[in-house]
Ligand binder design. Structure first.
Ligand code: COA
Ligand code: AMP
Length: 631
């Protein structure tokens, strides 16, 4: 069927469309109620269905006679390790780790926080939670102790599962001290920590609280999956919002399972036995959906890759993995390919590998810039598909269909994320909530209801779902992105229209960085804006006004402020550029003119708002800001 016809069906008759798609899932109890309201403004999918997400990802395939097939490949160029797990082997480990958690009194609905690098144990811990009906919350390893503490306080986990260390290029990062510090800072204290000891670093275990992963696994038994309701939460994943407090996006079990199966088939064109590689991290939504759940639920082989696109050992790393494991589709972030293209511009390393199994490349996390799109297409001669999504949706809102319904390829357009996926009624709205004509930019919104698999609520804060996403334009979900739809129906996502920035595919809040900078005793006020970066897409730039009477030198202050961002948020924030200035441009009511700052930095024509407090500040700043993102 043509994607436009699918879209019409899904939007005009969502219940019958998604009831049919729900047949892709092996429910314990098939849902009779497909779409129902849970509050005035929000909805549930498949409310009376029962299932278990771990069963669907593992045991189901064994029942289908595929136990000896490879479920997960671990490839770690940073440690030199490679390992394969069949569905039988992975299920056994997950079923035992579920028993380890159960022995620590983790039951359905309890939260378990997972802070681990890209090792198979991270996948095992996640799936073991799902097996028990416990709710996992994975925190990306690049976040510092303070960020971890914020998430511990919000999720209130009974248990934290960690590893002794992460391994980055040429450096080992001990994780356990970060976990200990986070527990110290947090007001909520977990009962236990279960720590996987890696060869590179042995973590100190706190007697009475910390348990050794392997010792516990040695005495565990395999336990079966626990049925849960479709609407029971599977996980909480924190993501940056416009304020300093991250949002705990809650994912349900039932809608998620349907969305995962649907997307693996219809967006990625994968079938059981295929190998799908999402070169991301389990700490991000891409990792949740397509390193773990979607890929395994679809009966494919997944790859847990502990390495980088470059320098592990070279810019051929991705092509090596694709050739070695006969990867059928690769999914990564544009920044990864910009890094590869910078080091291997002619694609010489790519030519060294047999990539005949690779059928398509999928890109997301940030806009695929036309230059990288053309480079990838030319060098790989493969379809290069940019697709747009968010932690909140859990799967792609837009992509280019695999074919036009008659077996013909649908052309991709440079710079576009393709067409809305069935069920996502994407519209471009102006400030008054009216649809704008084709080609005109506006706020990208999705008419309710959202299809299955999207956020169920914001953990501990359901009001934030309404204030953050639903109140701008009643009846719509506001994505926070700006963009347009062209005359041919292609969607272009041009960037965030709020205070969120995207650094190397990592979503970060400038508001949160401002909170950290303002916490320094010498800082009177500050602003953080995202500026263009050739490799990472965007990087933050900090502008700081120092209090009178501070004796420390500018150099000392800049170095302290940069360090405070690393300590409080983490190295991934990459705040490398920081300027001390005399004053910031503001409105008369005291609002910092961030848009004006961005325009000045990017050398664009500056729209000076009529509400500006004093236009002189623009002249003062322009010399300091022009050219800042070039060096
Ligand atoms: N644990 C601990 N520290 C981490 C980390 C982790 N999991 N991931 C990153 N860091 C640290 C890095 O070591 C680095 O620290 P440094 O400043 O002390 O050197 C810092 O965070 C920034 O890392 P990174 O963003 O990876 O930048 P980089 O310059 O080292 O590498 C790229 C650039 C483009 C190669 C890298 O950003 C990359 O691979 N990006 C792909 C991102 C991606 O897949 N995103 C998923 C979205 S789908
Ligand atoms: P995250 O929640 O971390 O996945 O980040 C989501 C945000 O990343 C979106 O709101 C967009 O701003 C950006 N993003 C993700 N994928 C794309 C894409 N294909 N094109 C443009 N922006 C994207």
């Amino acid at each position: 069927m043509k994607h436009i016809e699918q879209q019409e069906l899904a939007i005009n008759s969502p219940e019958s469309y998604w009831q049919e798609q729900s047949e892709l899932v092996a429910w314990y109890k098939k849902p009779q109620t497909i779409l129902s309201k849970n509050t005035d403004s929000w909805h549930d999918w498949f409310a009376d269905g029962e299932l278990n997400s771990c069963y669907l990802a593992l045991d189901y395939h064994i029942e289908q006679g595929r136990g000896a097939d490879t479920a997960l490949i671990y490839d770690s160029p940073v440690t030199g390790q490679k390992q394969k797990f069949t569905y039988l082997e992975l299920t056994s480990l997950v079923a035992k780790f579920a028993d380890v958690l159960r022995s620590q009194h983790v039951t359905k609905g309890d939260r378990v926080l997972i802070y681990m690098p890209m090792i198979p144990q991270a996948a095992i811990a996640m799936l073991a939670c799902a097996r028990l009906g416990a709710i996992h919350s994975v925190v990306f390893g690049g976040f510092a102790a303070n960020e971890l503490a914020v998430r511990i306080n919000d999720a209130e986990p009974k248990v934290i599962v960690g590893a002794s260390c992460g391994v980055e290029i040429a450096k080992v990062i001990p994780y356990k001290p970060l976990i200990d510090d986070a527990i110290e800072i947090a007001t909520h204290k977990p009962n236990n920590c279960i720590i996987f000891q890696r060869e590179e670093v042995e973590a100190q275990l706190v007697p009475g609280r910390d348990l050794d992963w392997q010792e516990q696994m040695d005495i565990a038994i395999e336990i079966p999956p626990v049925p849960v309701k479709s609407t029971d939460p599977l996980y909480i994943l924190y993501t940056s919002g416009t304020t300093g407090k991250p949002k705990g996006v809650v994912r349900d079990n039932g809608g998620h399972a349907v969305a995962m199966q649907y997307s693996m088939k219809n967006i990625y064109g994968m079938k059981k036995g295929d190998t799908f590689w999402a070169a991301s991290d389990v700490g991000w939504v891409v990792g949740h959906s397509y390193i773990i759940y979607g890929t395994l639920m679809a009966g494919c082989t997944t790859i847990v890759y502990e390495g980088k696109p470059i320098r592990t050992p070279d810019a051929g790393a991705f092509w090596r993995v694709c050739a070695e494991y006969k990867v059928n589709a690769l999914f990564s972030a544009p920044t990864a390919f910009r890094a590869i293209g910078k080091e291997d511009p002619e694609g010489d390393l790519l030519k060294e590998y047999d990539l005949s199994s690779l059928k398509r490349l999928f890109l997301a996390g940030e806009r695929l810039d036309p230059a990288t799109y053309h480079w990838l297409k030319e060098k790989t001669q493969l379809p290069v598909i940019d697709h747009w999504w968010q932690t909140e949706t859990g799967w792609a809102i837009a992509s280019t269909p695999l074919d036009d319904g008659n077996g013909n390829i649908v052309a991709t357009k440079a710079g576009s994320a393709g067409f809305p996926i069935a069920g996502f009624d994407v519209q471009i709205l102006d400030g008054d909530g009216q649809q704008v004509p084709a080609g005109q930019q506006g706020s990208v919104a999705i008419k309710l209801p959202l299809p299955p698999g999207c956020l169920a609520t914001i953990y501990q804060d359901p009001e934030r779902l309404v204030s953050g996403y639903l109140s701008n334009h009643p009846g719509y979900y506001t994505s926070g992105d700006g963009g347009y739809i062209d005359e041919d129906g292609y969607l272009f996502i041009m960037g965030r229209i709020d205070d969120v920035i995207n650094v190397a595919g990592h979503r970060l809040s400038t508001g949160e960085m401002e909170e950290v900078l303002s916490g320094h005793p010498a800082v009177a006020e500050c602003a953080v804006v995202g500026i263009n970066d050739a490799l990472k897409g965007q990087v933050p730039l900090g502008l700081v006004v120092i209090k009178n009477g501070i004796t420390a030198s500018d150099e000392e202050l800049i170095s302290e402020l940069k360090q405070s961002i690393r300590d409080d948020i983490g190295a991934i924030a990459s705040l490398k550029k920081l300027l001390i200035i005399d004053r910031l441009p503001k409105t008369r009511s005291g609002k910092i003119l961030r848009k004006t700052l961005r325009q000045m930095i990017d050398g664009q024509e500056i729209e000076i708002p009529s509400t500006i407090e004093d236009t002189q500040v623009i002249t003062e700043l322009s010399g300091a800001l022009v050219g800042i993102n070039k060096g």
